[in-house]
Design a protein around this ligand. Sequence first.
Ligand code: PEP
Ligand code: MG
Length: 883
Amino acid sequence: MSNSLIATFGASSAKSTDLSALDLGERGAALCAMADLHLAVPPGFVLSTKAYCAIAAGEAAEIANLKTEITKGLATIERETGCALGDRKNLLLLAVRPSLPAALPGTLEALLNLGLNDETVEGLGASAGDLAFAHECYRRFIQNYAHVVMGDDPAAFEDLLSLFIEERGYVSSREIKSSDGPELTQRFKAQIQSSNDRIFPQSVHEQLWNAIAGLVRAWQGPRAKAQRKLHGLKDDTGFAIIVQAMVFGNQNEGSGTGHAASRHPQTGESALHGEYLEDAQGPDLDARLRQSTLLSGAGVSLEATLPDAHATLVTALNKLEHERRDAVEVDFTIAQGSLWLLDLRPARRTTAANLKILTDLVAQKRITEEQALLRIDPLQLDQLLHSTLDPAAKREVVAQGLGASPGAASGMIIFDADEARTLAGQGHHVILVRTETAPEDIKGLHLADGVLTTRGGMTSHAAVIARGMGKPCVSGASSLKIDTAEGVLKAPGMTLHKGDIITIDGSSGQVLKGQVAVIKPSLSGDFATVLGWADKSRRMKVRANAETLHDAKLARDFGAEGIGLSRTEHMFFEGDRIIAMREMILADSEKERRAALAKILPMLREDFVGLFSIMAARPVTIRLLDPPLHEFLPSQNDEIEALAKNLGANPSNFKKRLAELREQNPMLGHRGVRLLLSYPEITDMQARAIFEAAALVQAQSGKAPIAEIMVPLVAARAELSAVRARIDAVAKDVARETGQKIEYMVGTMIELPRAALKAADIAEVAEFFSFGTNDLTQTTYGISRDDSARFIGEYTNRQIFPRDPFVSLDVDGVGELITMAVERGRQGRPDIQLGICGEHGGDPDSIAFFEQAGLDYISCSPFRVPIARLAAAQAFLKFSNKS
Ligand code: PEP
Ligand code: MG
């Protein structure tokens, strides 16, 4: 931090200051920067955060220094403007504004028209040729001063004004005459005196110092404190104060105020964008009292009315964008035809606009590709991965709900999940419409184009599942009523029937009648360019977690470089497989189990052929069966009896078997490698399906698939080596039978603390490790990943945990286990391949940790792949200090 207390800016100061943006606050730094570029900024000075600290601490010597500096600063303003504070002939009025360390809207108020008193008000009236206007400015200033400096409620002044208007028999404040001015001002001053027992100062210098001190006090008040907390700023954070000459946008027709950006906020196209309000000051624009006009164009616009000011604005914005190396937005005032810039900030933009701006800046060589990458929030890319409604299409809104999962889709209204599934299977487009969804609706959800619920919030079942599947969801559209008996969906003033077409927009939450044109996400253009840069700038590979062909294709489209986790248990649920699987589980002998598994084998082989073909010679990690067997069996009594009957089994034997399978704590029970060791025929069957599929694809395509067979829940080397021996034996058999060389690796998940501890040992029999951070988090904390939602919210609210460790990796604890396992794993096998496939693989903060931990790849759900590609690049750039 510099020692200077103030920084002066204006046309006459060559380079305004050595103070940093931190010392000057956002607005103060912006004004100094614009003045340095010789852009027209009303002259002024900034009291730095150091000045704030001195006033706040009451340091007498420093305050005396500061007052001398203020006098000098004021002299500079007076020299530049040719006016003087308190001089009624050449009147200088000041604006005193807070300059905060970050955007904290509504925290502190500015003081405008400082310098008005009973005498100078006459001077302003004379120079403006409008005494009523001068009195109005004075009144506004008194009210503003009372609020900022004395903490008075502005409502008391508004009441006074209303009373006066009533007394005079006026209809509105517009009828107030200049002759009313002194009387009204008197009442305003008396109001201050009665509520504070203090007199409104006629000394303009006293006004200035009191304004500064008032802002300092307000920054220490409860409202500002709460805002600091809300925005994560430390309570002792300081701020700066700007004292600047007033310019008037409300003096005549050649005046006004507005804001302008160098780019279109939606598209990022280079074009002046913003609005202008003639004969107005900043607050009038914010209050939207009148209709503003466009900046450019032949119609009613700034360009048409004040072409010179418009041209100056265009030049200024181009210059600022060039210098700032970013799209910018300014606040401006035009005073009698002259343009003044009052604030500067990065332009607002959508993600698509941001990518356009960044690709332009890179093309213009204003920034490097690496710098551009670091300016994108990876999570924001999600906006671009989904279909959107065509903005040009006509819309008839039926209801408004919550935009719970992004994307837009049209389809028939269907109220029943099974029916939705059947119709979607026949090729119809379907929107599943439910009051709420339940787990048994998942199959319908899987095939529907989107889901609409009339109840539930952003974390309702439908919302969570739809987001996971990347499908649009509107939830909580409460104005809609479903009548399933009648087969109708009632909206205010409209009744829709089952089978009618609707469109949902999961981003805005709108439900629309009929088919509305939808634009498919464009993963080309700027998006592809930016991700291409990311791919060049990252070290870690990015794979996807996928088991269905649909997800695998999606993953490839999003740029996945392989599959990092294929959870094979999902393959056992479809169609006839579940029947054979249940036969296997309920069989009494190994022979019967093998017979049941033999029925499943060809189906699994077909699945693997699909995955290997889509991934074309890229690695595919297939995890052997993981969950406990009871997950494949029904739990309700009537379902159990029906199943027993179906399988020709005795219901009581059947129930006995079910009771045997029941566990107190199945997630820590007979699952993963433990199950594979108890039922080696499952390992054999899965390994055979994988190798036969690999041999088939190799024979057909000539490209050798890379199968990485992964064993779950390993805690000890002996577990892995026993399973590995069987896999190797099957590989030999299949190679002999097919005459093909089978390329494969065998590895394990590291998802138990013991596995992390014994990583060196385990690595001797594992060619790769993949960190299963979901289970590793669960077992490290001893917190059930399925039930944690009950209290994790409270934990994070109370800052007991900084974040939900199932969402963002606990770098301190679970991270330490990972770091240790990486090190020990490499001791056991120096070239061991290391990856991660838990949910954390799609979380940018966790990805930054995986980069530092030196993992070879991350694997995440398909929709997270682009996010992970970018986050991996950012992590590499930051960690290797290349930015
Ligand atoms: C894990 O535990 O992190 C993992 C990827 O496996 P699953 O989520 O299937 O238990
Ligand atoms: Mg797991």
